[in-house]
Design a protein around this ligand. Structure first.
Ligand SMILES: Cc1cc2nc3c(=O)[nH]c(=O)nc-3n(C[C@H](O)[C@H](O)[C@H](O)COP(=O)(O)OP(=O)(O)OC[C@H]3O[C@@H](n4cnc5c(N)ncnc54)[C@H](O)[C@@H]3O)c2cc1C
Ligand code: FES
Length: 368
């Protein structure tokens, strides 16, 4: 048997390294004063206080980069081109950058810090992303773990977005949570209702933002949001459409479908495949039934993968991947819009590809 003595040197080294890293971080936080430096963003120059990440510094200047994971280096949405003033790629960035991106000096704005005069470039359209104050006007349960929130925009009083896009919601400090966090939520309402933002949010156990939204946010409270973000929106073509979602992934699909004209629906004949485990995971069934009645070209197909006793279900059964082929007989005619968990999405994309749907006609937003 290996004696515990064998591990002691390795454990000591590991704890020493961890302690050093913590000391360096604390020293940098409390002792390093980078003073005022210049940050150039495209053709604009800002005098800023050094020491924070590019993401945080730009936020101070009211430039809001997409940052769906809230700066945890997992979403890779916050990419910028570093022009001058930043060091080598950090270990936290490396897994999220391709070789080509590294060679083009693409960096994660949530990881690199503004320590001296430096310059980045970002897509011009990001300058038009705004910060909104909104008031929660209503909230209702759609299922036991999904809520539908309706916010009235106060300032600015209107948002200009494409159906399918998302906002970033700021969850303020509460209880044991001492910091604000930002999380992405797709807008579920019609894009022409410009003074309202609707969200469908699933409670993630122990999740910082969703626990705030479910347990602390009340009707009448004011919140802060930024947006609109994202390139998940309806393409202007004549192709047949298949939409696939699970859980709160229904949100952007609802926004896209409800904003289509009768003519477009007749032409494109969308089918919406919605995957759920049991009957209690289904919601808005009467809304989709009314939509089907109004638009004979449209079909809503829920499928249950794990019925519960008493579910009394006569619709499709099995995983949503098992159902796709029946409604997409020849993928070459179709364009696909998908939203939900990464696991479900990856599996559906594989099925769609095998059915002949052109990769460039598969659009998705992964919730994770
Ligand atoms: C573009 C985009 C759009 C999105 N739109 C929506 C939407 O419309 N509705 C919606 O409900 N969500 C949506 N999400 C997911 C959302 O942004 C958050 O990730 C989610 O609500 C969890 O946030 P949290 O702060 O509560 O949990 P966190 O505190 O971030 O996470 C707590 C723990 O749960 C894990 N976790 C994080 N997210 C999930 C998840 N989704 N499922 C299971 N475990 C998770 C984490 O790894 C962590 O261990 C979207 C995500 C993206 C990237
Ligand atoms: S904000 Fe998600 S990786 Fe930077």
């Amino acid at each position: 048997m290996v004696s515990i003595d064998y591990f002691i040197p390795a454990l000591s080294m590991a704890s020493l390294a961890t302690s050093l890293a913590v000391i360096i971080l604390l020293a940098e936080h409390f002792l390093m004063d980078y003073g005022e430096v210049e940050l150039q963003v495209n053709d604009k120059t800002f005098k800023v206080k050094g020491g924070s990440t590019v993401l945080g510094t730009l936020k101070q200047e009211k430039i809001f980069l997409p940052s769906a994971c809230g700066g945890r280096a997992t979403c890779a949405y916050c990419k910028v081109k570093a022009v001058t003033g930043f060091g080598d790629i950090l270990p936290t960035e490396a897994p999220l950058l391709t070789k080509e991106e590294v060679s083009q000096n693409i960096r994660l704005a949530c990881q690199i810090k503004v320590k001296n005069n430096c310059a980045v470039t970002i897509p011009e359209e990001l300058f038009s992303i705004k910060e909104f104050t909104a008031r929660l006007d209503s909230v209702e349960y759609l299922t036991y773990d999904i809520k539908h929130f309706k916010f009235k925009l106060l300032s600015p009083s209107e948002i200009d977005f494409k159906a399918g896009q998302y906002v970033q919601f700021q969850s303020p400090p509460y209880g044991e949570v001492s910091e604000s966090v930002y999380r992405a939520y797709s807008m579920s309402g019609r894009a022409d209702a410009r003074d309202v933002i609707e969200l469908m949010v699933r409670l993630v156990p122990e999740g910082i933002c969703t626990t705030y939204m479910f347990n602390h946010l009340k009707v009448g409270h004011e919140v802060s949001l930024t947006g609109p973000y994202g390139d998940f929106f309806l393409r202007d073509t004549d192709r047949k459409m298949v939409c696939i979602a699970g859980g709160s992934g229904m949100a952007p699909i609802r926004s896209i479908l409800s904003g289509m004209t009768t003519g477009d629906i007749e032409k494109r004949r969308p089918v919406f495949l919605f995957g759920a485990r049991a009957r209690r995971d289904l919601f808005l069934l009467s809304e989709w039934a009314e939509f089907e009645a109004k638009h004979p070209g449209f079909r809503f197909i829920p499928a249950l993968s794990g019925q519960e006793p008493g579910d009394d279900w006569s619709g499709e059964t099995g995983r949503i991947t098992d159902v796709i082929a029946k409604y997409v007989p020849d993928g070459r005619d179709f364009e696909a819009y998908l939203c939900g968990s990464p696991g479900m999405l990856n599996a559906c994309v594989d099925v769609l590809r095998n059915l002949g749907v052109n990769e460039e006609r598969i659009f998705y937003d992964k919730f994770g």
